[in-house]
Design a protein around this ligand. Structure first.
Ligand SMILES: [Zn+2]
Length: 451
């Protein structure tokens, strides 16, 4: 049970050493639910899904939290700009609460029904943790880490000696720009933990606090919900590389300021996927959704294969040609799976898939290994291999599986034959035939096929 992961914090690939025996606490930053998700949004979640599957298959007892950012935060990482949720609400002529609810349902359906990702154990919403977020800011204030200016309560990053350690930020090199000076912040890296509502506006989402009516800063919810559900320290925190310089840096600052302990032992970050070798943008018309993939007749498992064929730490690319190649690979796998499943003998050899995933989530290695194994004339242990592909990568190849009951009838019949109980063997063969399953006895064991 060894799993090696590349830790952004240490810049090295280390063996996972959970804080508590074989228990692994894992926190993933979730989506901000203000618009239709595009394929780029799902990339990191596909990797973390395989991470959770492989950790569990390795014997770890994983508890996973993935938050839902349903409270308006600002469109940029800076504490200025427009509120995403409010912007969506104005665009759609509904309230911010309705915007959040609508996209929570859409994202949930896409992730867990369509992509078949494993549902996290806890999916807290930021709006459900407002009192806890206020209490957390209070703790920060009591410990002297905050100050209040016109538009909110700010975290004073100069109070932490190791601020920016995740991103190795060059704090001294950061220029105190004019824009920053205008805001009244003490340091360019200081960030809002509580933003005040504008005195002349009524927001859909705002709450009373000891400092004034307003809403939490974006980074706050993750620190608070991770602590409330998983405790002061966690084993693994995951996100996208864009989270490194600001969001995760500030999560670490807040949590470590309050607890005095290291927040997460391991930080994992997934790289982006480009589309047609460039950034997705509205003007290029290349912001594709899962629906676009389905509309063109591709399987979402083929999209998952595009993602898994590259390592999570390298930048990927999506084109329709690349998707088509992945679809062909998937079709080949399925055909091999169908054929070999029906003809496969028994036996259970180690496919080596789990070992590859335990090596810093080597999904491209796993995909190449499956190509090799399914390309073999008569792979032993095929039943187990197909189960592993389903359990570890979340890709199902055996479309016409038989039921567990039918599998046990086949085993029972094999046992009867071993005991030379021919009457019983024939009786079971007829029973299976009635259910549309034909059995044939070969030197390597019983094989079956749909009639
Ligand atoms: Zn987060």
């Amino acid at each position: 049970m060894t799993t090696k992961l590349h830790n952004t914090l240490t810049r090295s690939t280390d063996e996972l050493k959970p804080l508590d025996g074989n228990k692994v606490s894992l926190y993933t930053c979730g989506l901000t639910v203000y618009s239709q998700p595009h394929i780029g949004n799902w990339v990191s979640y596909i990797y973390w899904d395989v991470l959770v599957r492989s950790l569990r298959a390795s014997g770890y007892d994983v508890t996973r939290v993935q938050n839902i950012t349903d409270v308006g935060h600002l469109t940029s990482d800076e504490d200025a700009g427009e509120d995403k949720m409010l912007k969506g609400a104005i665009k759609e002529g509904i309230t911010a609460w309705q915007v959040a609810e609508k996209y929570i349902q859409i994202a949930d359906d896409e992730a867990y029904n369509q992509l078949g990702l494993v549902r996290p154990d806890h999916m807290p919403r930021a709006t459900e943790y407002i009192p806890q977020q206020i209490a957390f800011v209070q703790e920060l204030e009591d410990k002297g880490f905050t100050y209040v200016i016109d538009d909110g309560v700010y975290f004073d990053t100069s109070k932490l000696s190791d601020y920016g350690k995740l991103a190795r930020l060059d704090i001294d090199g950061l220029q105190f720009g004019a824009r920053v000076a205008d805001t009244g912040k003490k340091n360019p890296t200081d960030f809002a933990v509580w933003k005040f509502s504008h005195p002349d506006e009524k927001r859909d989402m705002e709450w009373d606090s000891p400092w004034g009516k307003g809403f939490p800063g974006w980074h706050l919810e993750c620190s608070v919900m991770a602590r409330e559900i998983l405790g002061d320290q966690i084993d693994i925190h995951t996100g996208g590389i864009d989270h490194i310089p600001v969001h995760h840096t500030n999560e670490i600052a807040q949590t470590e300021a309050v607890t005095g302990k290291q927040f997460s032992n391991v930080w994992l970050h997934a790289n982006h996927i480009k589309v047609d070798g460039t950034k997705m943008s509205k003007s290029l018309g290349n912001i594709y959704t899962l629906q676009d993939i389905k509309d063109k007749g591709f399987d979402l498992d083929a999209f998952k294969l595009v993602v898994l064929s590259k390592h999570y730490r390298t930048e990927g690319n999506f084109t329709w040609e690349i998707l088509e190649a992945a679809q062909n690979r998937l079709n080949n796998w399925r055909a091999a799976g169908d054929l070999r499943w029906q003809g496969a003998g028994k036996g259970s050899v180690d496919s080596g898939l789990l070992e590859l995933l335990q090596n810093d989530l080597d999904t491209p290695g796993a995909v190449a290994k499956i190509d090799e194994l399914l390309g073999t004339e008569q792979p032993t242990g095929l039943h187990k291999l197909l189960d592993e592909i389903r359990d570890l990568l979340g890709i199902t190849l055996h479309r016409d599986d038989i039921t567990d009951e039918q599998k046990s009838l086949i085993s029972e019949r094999e046992q009867a034959r071993t005991n030379k109980d021919w009457a019983k063997s024939d009786e079971l063969r007829d029973l299976l035939a009635k259910q549309g399953i034909a059995v044939r006895d070969t030197p390597s064991g019983t094989i079956w096929a749909h009639q």
